[in-house]
Design a protein around this ligand. Structure first.
Ligand SMILES: Nc1ncnc2c1ncn2[C@@H]1O[C@H](COP(=O)(O)OP(=O)(O)OP(=O)(O)O)[C@@H](O)[C@H]1O
Length: 690
């Protein structure tokens, strides 16, 4: 309540025993006071000069200049400045005196206290209280309504008006029973209503009675809005069930999982994590995650705010990796999830390695494919130290300079396409395009349009726009016709005409198109036989066969195998991201004696496979395909032999093979083996082959 110092009237002018009647009169008149406190030099109260003192001096006909000393009333009841509101109220109620002197603990005068002071202070306090109450009621989420003794509404706050859908002015003075008929009965029998549910308003109503200034009973009604409570309750329910789902998920999680809150303290932890670290939930819950599981380093994500995956770690011989995931809310980290993966991680890491290898391979092939737009190989890419191949290359370099059509023959995978690239690249047309058409791969009915293109509208349907054919594309460059032996007779005729006349018509076109294209054709088929059978046009055969090269199969140039392996190991290491340093002699021996029906392509595939499986930095016998090892091991290389013996055995086999193939012709055999004739004689002697 109001402290006394806020209710008193301060005394400015000091009155002493020497103050004259005139001065005292003036002060009392000016301030409208009934008494004056009289003090000594130390401002201490010595008495009061009252109105009755004044009357007495006048009656005694005292001069105006006379001091008031004789008329001072010495017995004064004072009020200490520290008096509580209740004490002051008690004094005011019982005292017949209208004004009191307020003093401090040293009896010094602090001011006067009148009953009017008290009333004014109380009025002020009441007003403040009323304003505060009104503010509270206006902003309250509880609807408040008050009725008088006649059950007429005398007050309603905004909330209740909203709930009832009636304006304040309409509600004021309205009969309660018209506003809320459903509570009429309840009011008749009781003064208070325990909370009841009002379905119409979706609210809970509480009624309290009060006594007004006329001592009559009125009522205060409090309406608690249920829709809000209901939505909070619903939210709470869904949070509860979410928490339950989360807990169930964590309890059954395959991986070890823990969740932390904003302060990095553990809130949930999965049984599998406890099992891995051999801990008990009760000992770790609500503790700092980093203190309990330093391996997780979960505090990191509170700073980085991004999910991270750790490297492989190990505990009790079990390998694991850790995922750290921050939980972000409005851009702030409010918690984190730590996940540990340890089950079947060895299998996963194996698969991961394989995947990486496959990815590297795909990237490698993709880069190769990117280069396929133009001729990308030169003579340097054709690896061989075989004297016949050397000669072939030299002749081809010469042939490349001219314009003539070239026919490259040889078994599949011997490097015919590689050869064609190199020819183009060393020709005068090397700046032009090198266009490859695989005649065996294009469906028969598309071959013609692939070759010659078609005009706009040549076909009905979606593909109505014109298309540029391979001849157009290769204009000024080289057209490589791979698998030419697989071309239909019909197309052979059309091709022949282009070769002879150097012009063609587009499918559906009437305009002659002239082109300057060099043709390089390749086949592994026996064209002469085909001519005889009538499946290949003789005239086309002669047209193509102007210059012809035959690439020998790999088994006829055994000396190249070792060279190719060395080169391919380097290339494939880069492509597969492996670091295979070489090959065990047993494995080399197999590769050098194998027949290689698929030639260099097969060699490359076998190596690639072996390098993928190789585990000890070198290709071993078991890394080779079974069909190679099974056949050759039995026939040529007894595994019980020491390594150098095995190499010798393989060498002997290779020499035997070469001599067999050349029917004893040592010069030819030496060429196949890629060694000098004198070298061959030495080996023959060493192995006593003749
Ligand atoms: N002498 C060689 N040096 C290096 N790599 C070679 C050699 N010969 C062939 N190759 C490689 O072997 C694979 C097959 O070569 P290419 O496609 O040129 O053979 P091809 O005779 O045209 O085969 P096909 O008749 O099946 O079309 C390619 O990867 C090629 O690079």
């Amino acid at each position: 309540m109001i402290p006394l110092k806020d209710m008193i009237t301060p005394v400015q002018d000091s009155t002493t025993i020497h103050t004259s009647l005139k001065e005292a009169l003036e002060i009392m008149k000016q301030n409208g006071w009934n008494l004056l406190p009289v003090t000594d030099e130390g401002d201490k109260l010595v008495g009061v000069f009252t109105r009755s003192s004044l009357y007495r001096m006048i009656m005694d006909k005292r001069d105006l200049e006379t001091s008031i000393e004789e008329y001072i009333k010495k017995k004064v009841s004072t009020l200490p400045i520290t008096a509580t509101y209740e004490e002051v109220e008690g004094i005011v109620r019982t005292s017949r005196v209208g004004t009191g002197v307020v003093v401090d603990h040293g009896e010094r005068v602090m001011g006067l206290f009148t009953k009017t002071d008290m009333v004014l202070s109380l009025l002020k306090a009441t007003n403040t209280l009323k304003e505060q109450l009104e503010t509270v009621l206006t902003h309250s989420t509880i609807g408040v309504m008050m009725t008088d003794e006649f059950e007429r509404v005398i007050y309603s706050n905004e909330r209740v008006c909203k709930m009832l859908g009636i304006s304040t002015s309409e509600l004021h003075s309205a009969e309660l029973l018209t506003v809320l008929p459903e509570i009429g009965q309840a009011i008749k029998h009781t003064d208070t209503i325990q909370p009841i549910k009002l379905d119409r308003l979706k609210a809970v109503l509480t009624m309290i009675s009060y006594q007004n200034e006329r001592n009559r009973v009125g009522h205060i009604f409090l309406f608690q809005d249920l829709s809000e409570v209901e939505s909070i309750a619903q939210e709470l329910e869904s949070v509860k069930s979410l928490k339950l789902s989360l807990q169930t998920a964590i309890d059954h999680a395959y991986d070890g999982i823990m969740m932390t809150d904003e302060k990095q303290c553990i809130q949930m932890v999965s049984p599998s994590l406890l099992e891995l670290f051999q801990m008990e939930q009760k000992n770790i819950l609500f503790k700092k995650a980093d203190n309990v599981f330093p391996q997780f380093q979960l505090s990191k994500v509170y700073e980085s705010e991004t999910a991270e995956v750790s490297d492989f770690k190990e505990i009790n011989g079990i390998k694991y990796i850790v995922h750290r995931i921050p939980i972000l809310q409005d851009g702030k980290v409010v918690g984190a999830i730590g996940k540990i993966m340890y089950r079947q991680l060895n299998e996963v890491s194996e698969l991961f390695k394989k995947l990486q290898k496959a990815e590297n391979k795909a990237n490698y092939y993709h880069s190769q494919y990117q280069k396929a737009e133009s001729a990308k190989f030169t003579w340097d890419h054709i690896i061989s130290k075989d004297p016949y191949m050397e000669k072939l290359k030299k002749s081809a370099v010469k042939a490349a300079k001219g314009r003539s059509t070239i026919l490259i023959r040889g078994e599949s995978g011997t490097g015919k396409e590689l050869f064609a690239h190199a020819v183009h690249n060393s020709s005068a047309r090397k700046e032009g395009k090198f266009v490859v058409v695989n005649c065996a791969a294009i469906p028969e009915d598309l071959l013609e349009s692939e070759f010659f293109g078609y005009e706009d509208g040549a076909f009905t349907g979606a593909r109505n726009k014109g298309k540029v054919g391979k001849f157009d594309l290769a204009n000024g460059g080289t057209l490589f016709l791979d698998e030419i032996g697989d071309m239909s007779l019909n197309l052979q005729a059309k091709l022949l005409r282009v070769l002879q006349e150097r012009e063609f018509y587009r499918v559906g076109g009437t305009k002659r198109i002239q082109v300057d294209v060099r043709i390089i054709a390749a086949t592994n088929r026996n064209l002469e036989e085909m001519v005889k059978e009538g499946t290949f046009r003789e005239d086309l055969y002669y047209r193509l066969n102007v210059i012809s090269f035959h690439i020998p199969p790999l088994r006829d140039r055994v000396g190249d195998i070792h060279l190719l392996i060395g080169k391919m190991l380097t290339e494939l290491n880069a492509a597969l991201n492996t670091s295979i340093t070489g090959m065990e002699p047993q494995a080399s021996a197999i590769l050098e004696t194998y027949q290689w029906p698929g030639n260099v392509r097969e060699l490359r595939n076998v190596l690639e496979r072996a390098m993928t499986f190789a585990e000890h930095g070198r290709v071993q016998l078991e890394d080779l395909p079974e069909y190679m090892v099974g056949v050759r091991r039995e026939k040529y290389i007894p595994t019980y032999l020491p390594e150098e013996k095995m190499a010798e055995s393989a060498e002997r086999n290779a020499i035997e093979n070469a001599l067999e193939k050349t029917k004893g012709n040592k010069a030819k055999a030496a060429r196949i083996l890629g060694i000098s004739r004198s070298g061959l004689y030495e080996k023959i002697k060493k192995y006593q082959l003749i």
